[in-house]
Design a protein around this ligand. Structure first.
Ligand SMILES: Nc1nc(=O)c2c([nH]1)NC[C@@H]1CN(c3ccc(C(=O)N[C@@H](CCC(=O)O)C(=O)O)cc3)C=[N+]21
Length: 299
């Protein structure tokens, strides 16, 4: 029987642990965990994600501040807001929602966030700590961290002897995911658009992680029988069967056919997505613990 990995349920247990940690920090140290989310422009999908992040932060007992800036915001104005949040002692985590409008350059903005407040784990200091195996010193990018919690739920902490294939090599996901897997002793291949015979490479994977951004690209014959398949894709596709102009979410994995071959597989929605938000909350409370000089909990 194939295990359908319930990301919503795992995320809910992470959120419970975050809530207890935040409550303890407030009782013991009088510190209320604070998250600031910055969004520029009016892309509806980005606004939907940001409201669920703000809602979840409140549910965790955090102070949650949302800065909604107009589309015409300049690079200097956005940079100034980040500086203000860097200097604000009540804010432990800063997230600038990506992508930014085209006239803004996200890289200098991300790199100007204090590494200890970079709850997205995108600052080079945090990326560098992960790359050098310092997993407890920095903050780890939320989506790979969440995907890793799901992998651990199936295989445990030690992936010795297992082949893992990550499709995708972005700084946002593929690279940090490969680093986490190798750190857990997996034998890791990073595949991408220039990989020769991608299907054959994937068929070798005991753990197959897809983050390509192409709807349902991974087919059943790419999956090794019994493999664990983690689908990081979120693609909105037209769904005429639901009515004219309606859409549905699909991953990068053709779920129905791959579920017949896999040992365990994440659905979309309800897989990695909810874990991303849960790990953002985890990173924020970790940042608050460190700031107060206390040993941060692990999630
Ligand atoms: N600075 C920054 N950090 C991010 O972490 C970040 C970002 N920018 N920009 C956009 C992406 C996307 N992202 C998601 C978070 C949760 C779900 C999620 O909860 N998805 C639900 C369903 C959502 C729905 O129904 O639309 C699920 O998969 O079950 C999805 C996507 C975070 N991102």
């Amino acid at each position: 029987m194939t295990t359908i990995i319930d990301g919503k349920q795992v995320a809910a247990s992470v959120i419970d642990a975050v809530k207890s940690a935040a409550r303890e920090l407030e009782q013991d140290a009088g510190v209320k965990t604070g998250l600031a989310v910055v969004i520029v422009g009016d892309d509806p999908a980005s606004h939907a994600y940001v409201s669920s992040k703000s809602r979840m932060a409140k549910e965790c007992g955090f102070t949650s501040i949302q800065h909604t800036l107009p589309e015409e915001t300049t690079q200097e104005e956005l940079a100034a807001l980040v500086q203000t949040l860097n200097a604000d002692d009540t804010i432990h985590g800063i997230l600038v929602q990506l992508p930014l409008p085209k006239h803004l350059n996200s890289e200098p903005i991300i790199q100007s966030i204090l590494p200890e407040k970079d709850v997205d784990g995108l600052h080079v200091v945090n990326a560098g700590k992960l790359a050098t195996g310092d997993l407890d010193g920095g903050l780890i990018s939320c989506t790979p961290a969440g995907a890793m919690v799901l992998v651990r739920g199936i295989h445990g902490d030690d992936l010795s002897g297992l082949n893992a294939v990550v499709i995708g090599r972005s700084n946002l996901f593929g690279k940090p995911m490969a680093a986490l897997l190798v750190n857990a002793n997996a034998t890791v291949t990073t595949a991408h658009s220039r990989t020769k015979d991608l299907a054959a490479v994937c068929r070798n994977a005991d753990i197959l992680v897809a983050a390509v951004g192409r709807p349902e690209m991974v087919k059943a014959d790419w999956v090794k029988p019994g493999a664990t398949v983690i689908d990081v894709g979120i693609n909105r596709v037209l769904a005429p069967e639901k009515g004219e102009g309606k859409s549905r979410l699909v991953g990068d994995v053709a779920f129905e056919e791959c579920a017949k071959v896999a040992g365990a597989i994440t659905p979309v929605p309800g897989g990695v997505g909810p874990m991303t938000i849960a790990m953002l909350m985890a990173n924020t409370v970790i940042a608050a613990y460190r700031k107060s000089g206390r040993k941060a909990p692990k999630f």
